[in-house]
Every structure is written in C-alpha cells, then in structure tokens.
Design a protein around this ligand. Structure first.
Ligand SMILES: NC(=O)c1ccc[n+]([C@@H]2O[C@H](COP(=O)([O-])OP(=O)(O)OC[C@H]3O[C@@H](n4cnc5c(N)ncnc54)[C@H](OP(=O)(O)O)[C@@H]3O)[C@@H](O)[C@H]2O)c1
Length: 375
C-alpha cells in the first residue's frame, strides 16, 4: 500500500510522518511548501474534501484524487526533490479525507487546515486512535464549550478533546505544546494581537480603566480560498472595509489567552486590497510613566527564547517586512506625557498566523529547533 510503503521508509529514516488535510486550501498550500523543505518531516498523505473542482468549459468535475499541483501550480516540483523514489511521487496526490487512511501505523501527526466544522467532527477520532493533531481551525481554541454557539454557530460536542487541547502559541505555551497530543493553532489576527499585548499584561503595566483597542487589517487570503461576493476582486481592490465588529471569532481566544474582560477590549478587523499580511495597531495606556527603552526591554526579555518574534528598538513594522515569512514583528510608539502606548504588530496570516506557526508547534512537539524550516 502506498502510504504503508512511505511509512516504512520514513520510520527507517526517522522523519516525522505528516498528513495534511485541507491541502487544496491556502493554509494547506503553505503547510506543504514548508514541510517539503523540512529536514525532519515527510509528507505521507495529502487530503481535501474530495468534492473536486469544475473543469473549465464543460462543467464536469475532476476525479477524486488529483496531483496537488492541480490545486497549487506553485508547488510544481516542490515535492519533486524526492521523486527519485517512485512511491513518493504518488504522495503528491491529494485524496478525499478518509479517516481510515489516518492510523498510527502510517502517520505520526495530522495537520488539519480544514473548516471549523470539519475539524470539530474529525479531531476526536484522530485523538482517540493516538495520533498527534495540529488543528488550524478554531474548533478547539476555546476552553469553554459554551462559547461555541455564540462565536462559531455550533454546539461543541467534544468536551474531552477540547479540555485536552493546548492553545498553540509557542511564545506562551511552549512547555505544554511539547507534550501535547492535540494542539489548537491560534487565529491569525489573534496571534498578532496576543503577541502585542502579552508582555504588558503579564507585567501588569496597562491601565485597566483605559481599555484596549486593537485595530487590525488583513489581506484577502485570510478569508480562505472559497469565493464569495465580498471577496470578489472588484469588491476588494482599491477598497478597505471594516467587518466583524464585536462578533469576530478571534475575540474570545484573545480574551482567553490574555485574561482580559470583553468590556475593556475592542477589536476591529479590516480587509485590505492585498493578498497576504496582517498589520495590527494596538492602543493602550500605561499605569505608570515608562520610557520607550523600558517597553523595548520588557518585550525583548519576554521574547528572548522566541526565534520568530522580532522586537524593534525603533521604527515600526510593516507588512512588506513580514509577508512570505514566518516572523511576527513588534514595534512601539509612546507618548510619555499621557502614557499612551501604541504597539504595531505585523505578520503574514499564512505564515506566523497559520502554517508557519503550525510547523513551529510540530517542531516543539518533536523536539526539533523551534525555527526549523521557518527562518
Ligand atoms: N487563511 C488564513 O490566513 C488562516 C489563518 C489561520 C487559520 N486559518 C484556518 O485554517 C483553516 C483553513 O483555512 P484556509 O484559509 O486554508 O481555507 P481554504 O483556503 O478555504 O481551504 C479549506 C480546505 O479545507 C478543505 N475542506 C473543506 N471541507 C472539507 C471537508 N468536509 N473535509 C475535508 N476537507 C475539507 C478544502 O478542500 P476542497 O478544496 O476540496 O474544498 C480545502 O482544502 C480554516 O479553519 C481557517 O479558519 C486560516
């Protein structure tokens, strides 16, 4: 069997055997690109919905299993370096997601770059059979199952897996991630804003009465690949619009990770006419007067063991500095007299905001240097 043959070879070589579900999506594409250059990972299974895509012209659909290059031409040849072994060529085929194909004899870790509802459905079975899982959806991010109807629109019926899931932000939870069986990868906006606030919250430097405002802008790939009217080129191009005010799904995970109250935290996302990248501008007030150097020192100390967070001494991050990377960049502006602090946070929503962070979590789970394949 194809997967079995791959498994045997990877075991011999000691590589982590990786399956990617949601391979035809944007986050899946990034995962494949990173994992293909990862020296200690071996892709053994690519999966998607299996619904196929209409062929141009005649409206018919493609066969169920397709070379991944059909979905992502940019990956043409990316897995080809290993094509000298015939069975590995076939691993570039993307199959319909079938839980029967995901067993510990063939696979070590499953990345789920699937919709929340799909992850919610399949994670318990994968965990039950002993696989390690890194889920990029929001289905296992909230500790309180009661939050799911309000924020995600479905009742959560896997409280056991939810309780076990570790929130996969390496800068906050590295020790727990190392031991985790199920890692719930943070949202892209959430990553940028939690990183901007965590050192200040932990040090208790913020004035709680002043509240916090997080004004964030994202490129259109943050919404995934499925076309909608709002993501139509003519709606996005030369435009910028706010959306999801007070209702965006990343709000509860930010409150949870930072221990903030909803009434003191305002988050407004915006859609930018670019493909990749998030810029979050976070406004807060300090309890006491601090010099900019103290802020920088606080962040540098907090992120001293975080190879993918870059803290600026001066100047402010921008999207061009992080697009197509796995870094999160942080910079500061302080008004000494009024104690107003602005933290600017930038990352690539598909990099540190999704696939890069997911592989960072895998690196921690398997004891590899955190930045392997990501720097
Ligand atoms: N885009 C981002 O910046 C970003 C950032 C952080 C987290 N995330 C999260 O990551 C996940 C994937 O996001 P994305 O942007 O990559 O979405 P996407 O581009 O829309 O891709 C979704 C993927 O899921 C597959 N899929 C859909 N229904 C399925 C089913 N029932 N069974 C198996 N596979 C199914 C799709 O396969 P088909 O092509 O066959 O339909 C596709 O491969 C989402 O949960 C999203 O919230 C995304």
């Amino acid at each position: 069997m194809e997967t079995q043959a791959l498994a045997e070879e990877t075991l011999v070589q000691g590589a982590v055997r990786v399956a990617v579900a949601g391979a035809t999506g944007y986050a899946g594409r990034e995962l494949i690109a990173i994992l293909a250059r990862h020296p200690q990972a071996r892709i053994v299974r690519l999966m998607s919905s299996g619904r196929g895509k209409p062929q141009s012209g005649n409206g018919s659909t493609t066969p169920e299993s397709l070379p991944i290059e059909c979905s992502h031409p940019v990956l043409r040849g990316a897995l080809g370096a290993r094509a000298s072994r015939p069975h590995e060529v076939s691993s570039t085929l993307c199959h319909p997601l079938d839980l029967e194909d995901l067993t510990p004899s063939d696979v070590d870790v499953v990345f789920l770059a699937t919709p929340h509802e799909t992850s919610h459905e399949v994670v318990p079975a994968l965990v039950e059979r002993g696989l390690r899982v890194i889920d990029l959806s929001g289905a296992f991010r909230l500790k309180d199952p009661g939050g799911y109807p309000r924020w995600y629109g479905f009742e959560h019926d896997a409280p056991g897996a939810l309780a076990e899931a570790v929130y996969g932000l390496p800068e906050l939870n590295a020790a727990a991630i190392r031991k985790a069986q199920l890692v719930s990868n943070p949202g892209c906006y959430a990553t940028s804003i939690i990183l901007a606030l965590a050192p200040l919250v932990e040090a208790d430097w913020l004035d709680p009465g002043a509240g916090i405002i997080s004004d964030a802008k994202s490129g259109a790939s943050g919404a995934g690949r499925a076309p909608t009217e709002k993501l139509h080129f003519a709606e996005v191009n030369e435009n910028c619009r706010a959306y999801g005010l007070f209702t965006h799904r990343h709000i509860p995970e930010m409150l949870q990770a930072l221990g903030l109250e909803e009434r003191s935290f305002t988050f407004t996302p915006h859609l930018l006419p670019i493909t990749r990248g998030i810029l979050s501008t976070v406004y807060a007030r300090l309890r006491e007067r601090r010099a900019t150097e103290e802020i920088v020192a606080l962040f540098r100390d907090f992120y001293s063991a975080s190879p993918l967070v870059r803290v600026y001494d001066s100047g402010l991050p921008e999207i061009q500095a992080v697009a197509h990377t796995n870094y999160a960049d942080l910079g500061f502006a302080l008004d000494l007299g009024t104690r107003r602090l602005v933290v600017v946070s930038a990352l690539d929503n598909l990099g540190k905001g999704a696939a890069g962070q997911a592989v960072e979590n895998m690196n921690l789970m398997y004891g590899f240097p955190q930045e392997t394949a990501l720097g």
